[in-house]
Design a protein around this ligand. Structure first.
Ligand SMILES: [Zn+2]
Length: 361
C-alpha cells in the first residue's frame, strides 16, 4: 500500500479532513484513515470538519460517527452558516454559539474554523469581525476549548507575479481587489485575540508566517495560548530549509506552541498521507536530509526529549485537555442529526441514514 516505515515514536496527526463518502481504496468514509493509522502506527488522529465541501452539519455528523467507529479519533467540529453573507438573522436555536455548545455536548474535542481562508471569508462578507462569531469566541475562551483556525493563505497569493500557477488555477489568486488583504485579515485576528487573549487557538499552516518568524514570535509573546501547526503549506518548508539553523532554535524555543498535522484528506489514497507524515516526522525528530515538498531538500531539525514530544503529540493533548478523545453522546448526536438534517445538501441524508441506523438507533 505504501513504503514508508511505521513510526515508533508517539505521534498524533492533528489535522485531517473527510471530503467524500467513499473511495476505491478503503470503501466508506467511516474507515477513511484506518490503513494510514495502522500502517504508520499513529497514536491518534484529529478530524477537522469543514463547512465548504459537504454541508457543515453533515461533515460534523460524519466525524462524530467516525469517533464512534474508531475510538482513537479526536474531532473538531465546524460552525455551519445558514446564510451567506453572514447576517444576524440566524434561525432561532441555530446561532453559532448554540451550535458550538451542542457540539461540545455531543463529544467533539474542539472546533475547526476555515472562515479565515479567503475563499470562505469572501462569501461570508469579507470580515471575521461579526457579532455571531464574536459570541462564539467569547464562550470558547471561557471554556478553554481548542480551536484549529485557518486564516489567510500564503501572502504571495495576493501578488499576480509571485502567485504560483497551481494556485491561480485553483482559484486561489486573491489580488484582484475582491478579497480582503492578508494584512487586513491578520489585523482582524489580532483584534479578536486582543479581546480574547487567552483563546486556546492553533492557527493552521504556521499562520503563513514562516517568512516572518519575528511577527509570529511577537504574537506568541502576546497571546499565551496561541499555537501554530506545521500542516503543509509546502511553502513554509522552503522557508524552514532556507533558514535551517535559525529554525532549529525557534522550534526549540517554542516547542510548546507547534503541532504536527498533514491535511490528509479523504478520498486521497493512504500513500499520500503516509508520505507526508513520514516527511514531517523526520523533519522534527531526525537530522535526515530528505526529498520533500516539490522534490526539494528538507533537513531535519533533530529535536529530542520534551521538544520532540511536545510537537509530535503532547501539545495537542494539552490543548484538547486529554490524551483520550471525548466520548460521543449518542442521544445528543441523534438529536443533532434530527435538528439539522433540514440543512443537508442534496444526497447527504441518503448517505448518512444507514450509519445513523447502525450507530445511533
Ligand atoms: Zn486543512
Amino acid at each position: 500500500m505504501f513504503n514508508e516505515p511505521k513510526i515508533d515514536d508517539k505521534i498524533i496527526d492533528s489535522h485531517l479532513h473527510i471530503e467524500a463518502w467513499k473511495n476505491d481504496e478503503v470503501g466508506s468514509f467511516i474507515d477513511a484513515f484506518e490503513p494510514y493509522r495502522e500502517g504508520m502506527n499513529l497514536n491518534g488522529l484529529n478530524l477537522c470538519s469543514l463547512n465548504n465541501h459537504a454541508s457543515g452539519v453533515a461533515n460534523n455528523i460524519m466525524m462524530a460517527l467516525y469517533k464512534l467507529a474508531h475510538k482513537e479519533t479526536f474531532a473538531h467540529g465546524c460552525l455551519h452558516h445558514v446564510e451567506y453573507p453572514i447576517t444576524a438573522n440566524v434561525p432561532a436555536g441555530m446561532e453559532l454559539v448554540t451550535q458550538y455548545k451542542e457540539m461540545m455536548e455531543i463529544g467533539f474535542d474542539g472546533i475547526k474554523l476555515i472562515e479565515g481562508k479567503p475563499t470562505c471569508l469572501k462569501p461570508l462578507g469579507g470580515t471575521l469581525l461579526f457579532p455571531t462569531l464574536d459570541e462564539f469566541f467569547c464562550e470558547a475562551e471561557k471554556d478553554g476549548t481548542h480551536i484549529v483556525f485557518h486564516v489567510n493563505d500564503p501572502d504571495e497569493f495576493w501578488d499576480y507575479d509571485l502567485a504560483p500557477d497551481w494556485a491561480k488555477d485553483t482559484g486561489w489568486f486573491y489580488g484582484n481587489g475582491t478579497y480582503p488583504h492578508f494584512k487586513t485579515v491578520v489585523k482582524e485576528v489580532e483584534t479578536i485575540l486582543d479581546k480574547y487573549p487567552k483563546l486556546n487557538v492553533t492557527f493552521a499552516h504556521f499562520f503563513f508566517y514562516a517568512k516572518y518568524p519575528d511577527k509570529l514570535e511577537a504574537m506568541f509573546k502576546k497571546y499565551e495560548n496561541m499555537a501554530v501547526d506545521i500542516t503543509p503549506g509546502t511553502e513554509m518548508y522552503f522557508a524552514f530549509e532556507d533558514n535551517h539553523d535559525f529554525y532549529v532554535d525557534f522550534f526549540k524555543k517554542y516547542s510548546d506552541r507547534i503541532l504536527v498535522g498533514t491535511d490528509a484528506t479523504f478520498p486521497w489514497e493512504s500513500y499520500t498521507h503516509a508520505w507526508c507524515i513520514d516527511r514531517l516526522y523526520h523533519f522534527i525528530a531526525t537530522d535526515k536530509v530528505q526529498k520533500a515538498f516539490n522534490d526539494r531538500n528538507l533537513t531535519g531539525l533533530n529535536l529530542s526529549g520534551k521538544d520532540k514530544e511536545n510537537i509530535l503529540y503532547a501539545n495537542f493533548e494539552r490543548r484538547v485537555g486529554s490524551d483520550k478523545p471525548k466520548e460521543i453522546n449518542k442521544e445528543k448526536l441523534l438529536a443533532y442529526f434530527e435538528k439539522y438534517k433540514c440543512l443537508f445538501k442534496e444526497g447527504e441524508l441518503e448517505e448518512l441514514e444507514p450509519f445513523i441506523d447502525k450507530y445511533l438507533r
